[in-house]
Design a binder for this molecule. Structure first.
Ligand code: GRF
Length: 207
């Protein structure tokens, strides 16, 4: 799991695995930010941690170091959970069909940063979060699942941010669980359901 900050998604993924006895295991946590609180969370869970600093080095060197580290760990899945660096094309090419990300908007709308602010500015009626396959084009890989909620008339920016975060913590572990038990798969950049009962993208609607 690659992180840059607080690591609430990381925590949700760890907690879900324990409470649901899911098949997946968080093998390692890597941060580009040495001060990320997510590193402390991982250590508390006895998960190995690594820091590949992204400050004061070239993008190419950062990418090479990260690629070497991740290759050595030989993961089945690379999870971007609040990882705030854009991965290089070389990195993405090294791990085909293995990288997923959580993005705080209903993609394909609101790629990039300031998603919540733009949603409010545009008076959107719905908002949410998306788990998607990572490709070289930013926030544009196939959608695996979304958490969707209705924006109420009295919702303000803080309230919608909170709702997105709550939704992310439900959606992300669920998708990782489904990838680990192969009820969904990523093959050649396509997200495939293994059962007729599961429709992809997965839609989690807020109650
Ligand atoms: C999440 O809102 C995620 O969508 C975005 O960064 C945030 C990470 O939060 N990419 P955390 O570090 O998991 O608490």
């Amino acid at each position: 799991i690659l992180i840059s900050g607080n690591g609430t998604n990381l925590q949700a993924i760890i907690d879900h695995q324990k409470t649901h006895q899911s098949l997946y295991e968080v093998d390692a946590v890597i941060s580009n930010n040495p001060d990320a609180f997510g590193l402390t969370r991982a250590k508390q869970e006895n998960i190995k941690t690594f820091v590949t600093p992204s400050k004061n080095i070239t993008k190419d060197l950062f990418s090479t170091q990260l690629c070497q580290l991740v290759s050595a760990l030989n993961p089945d899945l690379i999870v971007l959970a609040g990882f705030m660096k854009i991965l290089s094309p070389a990195f993405i090419k090294s791990f085909p069909d293995k990288i997923i990300n959580i993005h705080p908007s209903l993609l394909p709308k609101y790629k990039g940063l300031r998603t919540h602010e733009r949603v409010m500015e545009n008076n959107e009626k719905i908002h949410g979060a998306t788990v998607h396959h990572v490709t070289e084009e930013l926030d544009a890989g196939e959608i695996i699942g979304q958490f969707i909620f209705k924006i109420e008339n009295n919702d303000n920016l803080d309230m919608i941010i909170k709702k997105v975060h709550q939704g992310e913590r439900l959606l992300f572990p669920k998708i990782i669980e489904m990838l680990s038990n192969q009820s969904i798969k990523i093959e050649d950049g396509k997200v495939i359901s293994q059962s007729n009962e599961i429709k992809v993208p997965i839609n989690l609607l807020a109650p």
